[in-house]
Design a protein around this ligand. Structure first.
Ligand code: C2E
Ligand code: MG
Ligand code: MG
Length: 478
């Protein structure tokens, strides 16, 4: 294949593919852009780029990145005004419009490029064989010209604009997650600045971690006292971040896990490991739980009002919560205050031996009676897991990320994950895999029969305002 770049004096595109007449370019839908985006089906369009589902796209991206000396660009394209199209013409026309966009992009690209719809109005393009950022920008601009001609929607012409965020491998990252993050950061800049194409900054893939994740562990040895925790609570320094949990069976983000952070005045953003032990010792863990619960329910009510009506939140609890006689009542009244049904809440318990005393079991039963689902978190790491299944009204298990880590690479991890899938299946429980960081893990988990997952591959935990955009624009990676 011939490369793109300085040594490529010919036009980047073959003009015959520019014949973007409505009657040709906007021809019928390809299955990969249907209403269930991303089943991984590959649709070869002779002589043009392939349109694939997101799972296949990321797999092919990963393979391409693993090829020595390969240089490629990842474009994330956001179409302006898609919501207005949906509103003006209805969802069916909106879907058809997105199909046309995908088809036009594919028609414009080369045979060894790839296109996928990530979800919502966001598309990704893999440009193979890119030499430098200047030629990649030229190729990205050229790709956008596919959208120049108006789209015919219900017999009315509709002009759209789009922005592109672009990153290059290896300059901006050597793994899918970093590259995707770098492209999305660049896209944000493009939209903010009103520029058509923005290339990621060098080191942008590190921002992915540093913006939300690294600060939470930067001061990993921070030791705080119970008194400091209390002062922090009084000053309102605790925040809730959210991590999406994807269900590949339904194609939706079905739950957001609420994870507490402390925006410490001098130490930066602290992770729970830095302060929860001190909070527990000082008897403040319950105060944190109640605040996180209230905050998560408040956010959920807003997201549901914005159209994500099936969305749920998962809140982590501490053993202290279950030792309070009024805990089930507190949960019920919080839900009522935010006008949320009990089915919108999941409560996650990690294994604490103390948890199977009688009062804890009573509270758990009371919660289950209210219709709130209980999940056993970090399932498998402690000896008491199976005993919990026996005593508590559990609805879901989260297989611990230590087992997810080596899935597909170690026979032992595969066996453990399969066994947990078997337990969940036999007991009629939902099974969630956490800590999914790589496409390999995602594929292997799906092959083994686990279809609900969360992890950095999809998104790190992010503030509520960032999740709002994620839900609106970024459909599940499937
Ligand atoms: P968890 O409930 O098992 O939460 C998942 C943890 O894994 C989170 O760490 C999350 O940031 C991290 N994580 C998510 N995806 C990945 C991934 O792909 N790779 C890796 N390496 N890690 C990933 P975080 O936020 O530091 O929370 C740690 C633990 O603290 C939580 O584990 C939970 O047990 C506890 N916790 C968090 N928030 C709360 C809270 O509001 N109340 C209580 N009682 N405990 C909480
Ligand atoms: Mg959890
Ligand atoms: Mg966990």
């Amino acid at each position: 294949m011939s490369g793109r770049g300085m040594s490529d004096p010919a036009p980047i595109r073959n003009p015959h593919r520019f014949s973007d007449s409505m009657s040709l370019g906007d021809q019928p839908a390809s299955p990969a852009f249907g209403s269930t985006p991303g089943r991984g089906a590959v649709v070869e369009t002779a002589g043009r780029a392939s349109i694939v589902g997101p799972a296949a796209f990321f797999e092919r991206l990963q393979q391409a990145m693993a090829t020595p000396a390969s240089s490629l660009a990842l474009l994330v394209i956001d179409i302006d005004g898609f919501h207005a199209i949906n509103q003006a013409h209805g969802f069916a026309t909106g879907d058809r419009f997105l199909e046309m966009v995908g088809r036009r992009l594919a028609n414009r690209l080369r045979g060894d490029d790839l296109v996928t719809r990530l979800g919502g109005d966001e598309f990704a393009v893999l440009l193979a064989d890119v030499f430098d950022s200047a030629s990649a920008v030229a190729a990205a601009r050229d790709t956008l010209r596919a959208l120049d001609d108006p789209f015919q929607l219900n017999d009315r012409p509709h002009q759209v604009a789009a922005h592109v965020g672009m990153s290059l491998c290896p300059a901006h990252g050597r793994d899918v997650r970093s590259l995707l993050y770098a492209s999305r950061s660049a896209l944000r800049s493009a939209k903010e600045a009103g520029i058509d194409v923005v290339v990621a900054q060098p080191g942008a893939h590190r921002d992915w971690a540093s913006s939300w994740l690294l600060p939470a562990v930067a001061d990993r040895h921070a030791v705080v006292t119970g008194r400091e925790v209390r002062d922090g609570l009084l000053r309102g320094e605790f925040k809730v971040h959210y991590q999406p949990i994807h269900n590949f069976g339904t194609g939706r983000v079905e739950t957001l896990e609420a994870l507490v952070r402390w925006r410490h005045p001098t130490r930066g953003l602290l992770a729970p490991a830095n302060f929860l032990p001190a909070a527990e010792r000082a008897g403040l863990a319950h105060v944190i739980s109640v605040r996180v619960l209230d905050c998560a329910c408040d956010s959920l009510r807003r997201w549901r009002a914005r159209g994500h009506q099936q969305l749920r939140v998962a809140v982590n609890l501490s053993a202290q919560d279950f030792r309070r006689d009024d805990f089930a009542g507190t949960v019920a009244s919080t839900l009522e205050r935010h006008a949320l049904p009990p089915s919108s809440l999941e409560l996650e318990l990690t294994e604490h031996e103390q948890l199977d005393d009688d009062s804890a079991v009573l509270q758990a039963a009371e919660l289950a009676r209210h219709g709130v689902a209980l999940t056993i978190d970090d399932f498998g790491v402690k000896y008491s897991s199976l005993r919990y299944l026996h005593r508590l009204p559990v609805r879901a298990l989260k297989v611990d990320r230590s087992f997810v880590h080596d899935v597909g690479r170690s026979a032992a991890s595969n066996s453990i994950v399969s066994a947990v899938i078997g337990i969940a299946g036999k007991m009629g429980l939902r099974l969630v895999a956490e800590g999914v960081e790589e496409v390999r893990q995602m594929n292997e988990l799906r092959r083994l029969g686990c279809h609900i997952m969360q992890g950095f591959l999809f998104s790190p935990p992010v503030p509520a305002d960032a999740i709002g955009g994620y839900l609106d624009r970024t459909a599940p990676v499937m």
